[in-house]
Design a protein around this ligand. Structure first.
Ligand SMILES: [Zn+2]
Length: 246
C-alpha cells in the first residue's frame, strides 16, 4: 500500500516535471536510500581510480572538522564520511549520500589556515544537505525512478558520473546555495570563522593566474566567480548584522 502511494506520488511529480508546471522538484524523485546506494557505489569507484591518503593524523583532522560541521548542518539523517585523496590539485568533492573527498593539494594550500579548509568542507556539506546530487540524479532518471527502483545498471551508470572527478560540474545556482549553507553551518558551529571560505575564494582568484593547472579542477567543479564571492560576503554580513537567521 505504501509502495503504491509512493508510485502515485512519483507519477504526479513526473507529470509536473514533464509539463511546464511549477513545483517540479527532481530531487523529490530520489529517495534517501537510493542516494546512499549511488553514493556508496561512487565512493567504491573513486577509491579504485584514485589514491587514498592513509596518514592517520591528517585523516583525523579532516574527519573532526567534517563531523563537527555536519552536526551543525540541516541534514543529519545520513552518515558522513570524510577522506583525503592523494592528488596535488586544489579541490574537494562530495558524493550523493554523505561522502566527501578532500584533495591533498587543498590541505597543503590551506596549511595553518583551518578556517579556509573548514570553509571548503562546509561548502561540500552544503551540496549534500541541499540534496544537489539527488537533484542531478532526478533530472537524469525520471523514467527509471517512475518504474519504482533503479536497476543495478542504473546505479552503476549514475555512480560513474559522480566518480569521474574531471567531469563533475555544479551549476551556478547549486554553488550559490552551497556557499550560503557553508557560511551558515560555520556560523552556527562557532568554531571557525566563516570569513575563511570567502578568503579562500579570493586566494583562488589570485593564485589561479600563477598556477592554473593546480586550480583548474576547482574552477571546473565549483566555478568560482566574483559574483559568488560577493553573494557569500553579503550573506555573512547579514548574518553578523542579525538581519538573517542562521
Ligand atoms: Zn560546489
Amino acid at each position: 500500500m505504501r509502495k503504491r502511494r509512493h508510485a502515485v506520488a512519483l507519477a504526479l511529480l513526473l507529470v509536473a516535471c514533464l509539463l511546464p508546471l511549477a513545483g517540479c522538484k527532481p530531487e523529490k524523485l530520489v529517495s534517501r536510500s537510493q542516494e546512499v546506494e549511488i553514493g556508496k557505489e561512487s565512493a567504491r569507484e573513486i577509491e579504485r581510480r584514485y589514491p587514498v591518503n592513509k596518514d592517520p593524523d591528517l585523516n583525523a583532522t579532516v574527519d573532526q572538522i567534517g563531523q563537527a560541521l555536519a552536526a551543525c548542518s540541516d541534514r543529519t539523517d545520513i552518515e558522513y564520511t570524510f577522506k583525503i585523496l592523494d592528488l596535488k590539485e586544489v579541490n574537494a568533492v562530495s558524493l550523493p549520500g554523505g561522502w566527501i573527498y578532500v584533495y591533498k593539494g587543498l590541505i597543503d594550500e590551506t596549511k595553518d589556515k583551518p578556517d579556509e579548509l573548514s570553509g571548503v568542507i562546509a561548502h561540500e556539506i552544503g551540496h549534500i544537505a541541499a540534496r544537489h546530487h539527488a537533484d542531478m540524479i532526478g533530472r537524469q532518471t525520471y523514467a527509471a525512478l517512475l518504474v519504482g527502483t533503479l536497476t543495478k545498471g542504473d546505479v552503476r551508470n549514475l555512480a560513474s558520473i559522480f566518480a569521474n572527478l574531471t567531469l563533475l560540474r555544479w551549476s551556478r545556482k547549486h554553488e550559490y546555495e552551497a556557499d550560503r549553507l557553508g557560511v551558515k553551518y560555520m556560523y552556527r558551529c562557532g568554531r571557525w570563522d566563516p570569513q575563511g571560505l570567502i578568503d579562500f575564494f579570493n586566494l583562488l582568484m589570485e593564485k589561479q593566474k600563477d598556477e592554473p593547472s593546480r586550480f583548474e579542477q576547482m574552477f571546473r567543479t565549483h566555478p568560482v566567480t566574483s559574483e559568488r564571492i560577493k553573494r557569500a560576503q553579503k550573506y555573512l554580513d547579514d548574518l553578523e548584522a542579525g538581519t538573517v537567521q542562521p
